[in-house]
Design a protein around this ligand. Structure first.
Ligand code: PMP
Length: 433
């Protein structure tokens, strides 16, 4: 493992020219050593590690010849468009959606989000006077956020308007001001629990505001609860019943809730969920009826047999936590050791989810990621956490620590810190020249 032994350290920005040059020289030497090591490491995407995938290997032989649900229906055949009630029951409480209003569908929640948007563009949603696609529309995008959310909107010409994401959720004043003045806003991306990438958890106060602010009747919160059960500590947020809060506020149709087992069992071979008001669910079922004669109910049965019940789900997620906690501790440890002494960045300490959000000095994220790439360490591209790939401060870096084995992760983090310190010392020296 390469590690620049520079001490004692003080914030880079406070160093005089001489001291800054000395740190730069030392970090450059460490970087040369790093490059010579010929690493090939990947911190780009939030994928479970293979030891996490092993936790669900019973899926590979389940359902052990069974093919009927509790009602005795033959699941090998067509039908059952709303998904297996037993599986919906396992997730209903964690998602705070009644089983009757929670559908279990295909293998990816992103597909469901995409389809809801395309259907809304073509036909409108309940409450729409006309299809969304009949005019230029916009979505609010809390930033930093999830690049694949932004890609769906970008693909269909939906204008993305960034709003700041605070520790307790999107900045309500900014959201309220935009909704009050811009009637082209039809949607908002929300990851309410352990948000990607900051780990922010929306507070009840923020959720109450989001469901009650004045907005168009066909304004929708795309409530992507991808990490509802993905805890990394004992400090757990109480699940928020966004549907009831929205109904109380007189806007029952506002939230559309999405989730999946991608990071519970197997990404790509799991089950996606969507929930909402009765009107929204009926609209989704109607849209689906022309696309599919039913989901993969045998995969859903496999999941029921693996997870068994809500307690089984919780126990399964504890096993994920045991694998992931040391990886998140490694991120905090590396940044504390390598970046903190130089005031070289600020980062989040998520209590769950899959990511850490790191802000380096303004103007340095792109260069740091480029330097890391040249040393064989792949990091999510700079700007990915902002609509149109445009981070106005060029400061945010998304860290995805779950996939590499711990030792590789530690090497990659140390190398990334060297790249960051080099980018920052370069940038500070250039600004003073
Ligand atoms: N939503 C969020 C917030 C995610 O981080 C991810 C995966 N990175 C997804 C959705 C993708 O979910 P799925 O596999 O169900 O499409």
């Amino acid at each position: 493992m390469t590690s620049a032994a520079v001490s004692p350290a003080s914030p880079l920005a406070d160093l005089d020219q001489h001291a800054l040059r000395a740190v730069h020289a030392e970090i450059s030497a460490a970087y040369d050593e790093l490059k010579a090591a010929g690493l090939k490491l990947d911190l780009t995407r939030g994928k479970p590690g293979s030891d996490q995938l092993d936790l669900s290997n019973d899926l590979l032989h389940l359902p052990d010849g069974e093919f009927r649900d509790a009602a005795g229906t033959d699941l090998r055949n067509y039908g059952g468009a709303t998904g297996l009630p037993e599986l919906r029951a396992i997730f209903a409480n964690a998602l705070r959606v009644p089983v009757s209003q929670l559908l279990a569908l295909g293998n990816a929640s992103l597909t469901v989000m995409h389809d809801v948007i395309v259907q809304a563009l073509l036909h409108g949603v309940p409450g729409s006077e006309r299809p969304w696609g009949s005019r230029q529309i916009s979505f609010l995008a809390p930033v930093p956020g999830y690049d694949r959310h932004f890609s769906i909107a970008e693909r269909y010409g939906i204008r993305l308007i960034p709003v700041p994401l605070n520790d307790d959720g999107p900045d309500v004043e900014a959201v309220a001001a935009l909704l009050a003045t811009d009637d082209s806003i039809k949607g908002m991306w929300c990851v309410p629990v352990y948000s990607n990438p900051t780990g922010a958890v929306y507070s009840e106060e923020v959720v109450r505001a989001l469901v009650s602010l004045p907005a168009a009747d066909d304004f929708r919160l795309f409530w992507d609860n991808a990490y509802a059960v993905h805890h990394l500590s004992d400090e757990r947020p109480a699940p928020i019943d966004v549907l009831s809060l929205a109904a109380e506020a007189g806007n029952p149709d506002r939230p559309l809730i999405f989730a999946s087992t991608s990071k519970v069992t197997y990404p790509g071979a799991g089950v996606a969920f969507v929930g909402g008001s009765e009107a929204n669910v009926e609209w989704i079922v109607r849209n689906m009826a022309v696309q599919s004669i039913g989901p993969d109910k045998l995969n859903q049965l496999r999941h029921v047999r693996l997870l068994r019940d809500e307690q089984g789900l919780e126990a399964h997620m504890e096993k994920h936590r045991a694998i992931l906690e040391p990886k998140f501790a490694a991120v905090a440890g590396a940044f504390e050791r390598r970046l903190a002494p130089y005031g070289a960045g600020t980062w989040t300490s998520p209590k769950g989810g899959y990511f850490v959000s790191l802000d380096v000095l303004d103007g340095c994220a792109k260069r740091a990621i480029e330097l890391a790439a040249q040393a064989g360490i792949a990091v999510t591209p700079a700007g990915a956490t902002f609509p149109y790939g445009d981070d106005p401060r060029d400061a945010n870096i998304r860290i995805a620590p779950t996939f590499p084995p711990l030792a590789e992760l530690e090497t990659a983090l140390d190398g990334l810190c060297t790249a960051i310190l080099l980018a920052e010392t370069e940038s500070l020296l250039a600004a003073r020249d």
